[in-house]
Design a protein around this ligand. Structure first.
Ligand SMILES: NC(=O)c1ccc[n+]([C@@H]2O[C@H](COP(=O)([O-])OP(=O)(O)OC[C@H]3O[C@@H](n4cnc5c(N)ncnc54)[C@H](O)[C@@H]3O)[C@@H](O)[C@H]2O)c1
Length: 245
């Protein structure tokens, strides 16, 4: 079940952490995987590792905020599965101060990558999916886009919440032609490889652990599969119980 043989997938921002987890599981399930990242060396490194593990993978680096670059990379490559995983958080997208004290120039990254990048990639691959009568589009969003999470996260919440709303609307436009579109709203992820520095954060999660790249990869593999053909227009929390829908 949930095999992806014969499918071609692209995972954006797959050079580390969750994106690598998704790309790895897709390759293990038989997909040909384009490993995208802004940083070419990260994309190359992950693609090499997937091939070493017996998968079919190629690096395809580009910046999702650059529409010309997205179109150059994807227009002539038939894509069955798009995972919009590239995102920025941290200091690039969040300010350690309330929204009222921010400058508009401080919001641009949170919107251009977390929302604009999703729109660029989706717009570029969607016509081919509609023409072929099959497609899977997945957005990796955040609990920050579905519920308030505190000071400094407003612009990031706007980008992630905007992406989830955008994808739900696109889902309804293409639901009858074999293309499904869903989002996964992640809670706190362990990006340390389980080194233990996140124990304090983990105590705040009902399951007492943070999410892993494999957790995201497994749900995305289901959403990308033929078996998920009746699952569309959803924003699915994946957060160890810390986000309720
Ligand atoms: N880490 C968390 O706790 C958490 C929680 C909720 C949601 N998310 C979301 O999950 C996704 C993955 O998170 P992560 O923690 O693995 O992220 P990460 O920062 O570890 O990795 C993101 C990757 O995306 C790449 N990237 C950044 N901008 C890009 C661009 N413009 N074009 C192409 N690639 C770009 C980066 O180079 C990086 O390799 C993101 O969308 C993030 O917002 C993460």
């Amino acid at each position: 079940m949930f095999r992806l043989d014969g499918r071609t997938a692209i995972v954006t921002g797959a050079g580390q952490n969750s994106g690598t987890g998704i790309a790895s599981m897709f390759a293990a399930q038989g997909a040909h995987v384009y490993v995208n990242d802004l940083l070419p060396e990260r994309a190359e490194d992950v693609a090499t590792r997937l091939r070493s593990a017996g998968g079919s993978a190629e690096a395809l680096p580009f910046d999702v905020t650059d529409l010309d670059a997205v179109q150059a990379a994807l227009t002539d490559r038939p894509i069955d599965i798009l995972v919009n995983n590239a995102g920025i958080a941290g200091a690039e997208a969040m300010q350690p101060k309330p929204f009222a004290e921010t400058e508009p120039s401080e919001w641009s990254g949170a919107i251009s990558v977390n929302l604009g990048g999703v729109m660029h990639c989706t717009h570029t691959v969607l016509p081919g999916m509609i023409e072929r009568g099959h497609g899977r589009i997945i957005g990796i969003v955040s609990g920050a886009g579905t519920q308030g999470v505190g000071i400094g996260v407003a612009a990031y919440s706007a980008g992630k919440g905007g992406a989830a709303g955008f994808l739900r609307s696109v889902a309804l436009e293409v639901a009858a032609v074999g293309v499904t579109v869903n989002s996964v709203a992640l809670g706190l992820m362990d990006n340390t490889g389980g080194s233990g520095v996140t124990d304090r954060l983990a105590r705040s999660i009902p399951t007492k652990r943070l999410g892993t790249p494999d957790d995201v990869g497994a749900l995305c593999t289901y959403l990308a599969s033929d078996e998920a053909s009746w699952m569309t227009a959803q924003t699915i929390p994946l957060a160890g119980g810390s986000i309720t829908s």
